[in-house]
Design a protein around this ligand. Sequence first.
Ligand SMILES: Nc1ncnc2c1ncn2[C@@H]1O[C@H](COP(=O)(O)OP(=O)(O)O)[C@@H](O)[C@H]1O
Ligand SMILES: [Mg+2]
Length: 473
Amino acid sequence: MINKQNFFTRFFGGIRIQLALWNALFFLLIITILAGYFYFGLRRTLYKGAAFFLGHETQEVASMLKRQPFGLELVQWIDKELSERPEYSSSYQILDSKRKVISYAGGGGFEDVLKRLDALQVKKNSEMFFDVKDPKGKRYYVAAYVSADDRGQTVNYIFIGSYLDVIHEKLQIYLDKLFWMLPNLFLMAVIFGWVLAWFALRPVRRITKKMEAITVNKLDERLTLKGSGDDFDRLASTFNTMLARIQNSYERISQFTSDASHELKTPIAVMKNQIEVTLGKKRELAEYQDVLVSQLEELERLSQLIESMLFLARVDNGQVKLHAERVSLGKLLDELLDFFEPLHVSKNVQLAQKLSDEIVVRGDKTLLRQLLFNLVDNAINYNRPGGKVCIEAAPEGHQVVMKISDTGRGIAAEHLDKIFDRFYRVDPSRSSGITNYGLGLSVCKAIVSAHEGTIHVESQLEQGTVFTVSLPF
Ligand SMILES: Nc1ncnc2c1ncn2[C@@H]1O[C@H](COP(=O)(O)OP(=O)(O)O)[C@@H](O)[C@H]1O
Ligand SMILES: [Mg+2]
């Protein structure tokens, strides 16, 4: 039972919250990767825009300087150009071929560019870009243009730079938004995942509920399948199969108990009645003795029955242990035949045993004796007067195959597969003998199975029956 301490687990549903968290974590990872990708993409685009503008301006200035000497007109033109794109808040510097500053506006930081230009292999008449720091340590993006004449002599150095504050602001806003969004997205993913898991696991709750409702009296209940063949359907169908097995065993046990009670009830009632009648009046000593003898016989039969029932119950519980040894079937049968002597004589049945002492199997002597006893007992009991019983055995491969055949009344085909069932008798009214409760063959089957052998029967009505038992060496 689920106790109250587990309320948390129950409410959030251990698996559900786990699924939701994993799902959210994975989602977060993907979002972060995507966000990073977009961040750098955006940065590149913004920088490209700035580079395009700044580079283009340096080009223009260079070509104007080539056409006309430096003067006020040019300065005005530059101011006007740069003021058209205030977001780049540009500053510039123009040097002559001797690196003397001929014009500048805005912040500094260009000395650094010059130094870095010297360290490079400069491509003249084309723009280059530098990420430098101004004296205050602030980042500064500069387009540099080394303008040269037809002979390749440097005429001017043109630098136009920008702090790109707008770009950095934009990127910062992006980052801020992202950091605000991520925890929210995570939370949403957890909730969404949880709800999803809740829906997805509905069949489990349905199955659980149904299982809780199944008791011994409701073993015929089955889970309904959706027919989709998904995991839950498979679980449900496995559960149904298990339930069917349990139901089957349970019904067999109930049947066995009720049959057993019934079998015990009748003889006990008869005995009770007999004693009551006997005690009803005073009788001769011989009469009392008669009654006691018949009661003893009845008690013997009952104790046989109980013995068989106990044995079968122990087989069902897997409690039967074999004391395996080498057993000679011939010798075993010899011992039994003495016992059967009075019976087959009274029934006028001939016994033929074709077993040599060398026929040996590996098994439990007591159980094998019981097996032989039950089969021979049947063969004599269900025979006709003047009939025959033949017992033979021969090794075949890794087994000994033993046949017990009789010339009796035979068994009709419709009964053949049932005679090994517990308490099954073809014709209860005609059963006779010491153990005629219908357990003999069940016990035989259990013994043979315990020895990992097989038993089967062939029969023809009014002709006879053959039981074939295969036992390993
Ligand atoms: N050799 C046989 N010939 C004909 N019928 C048989 C033979 N052996 C068993 N049977 C049938 O199978 C039934 C079950 O046998 P068994 O389990 O030994 O029970 P029981 O002998 O106590 O009736 C018997 O009642 C009988 O009808
Ligand atoms: Mg029998």
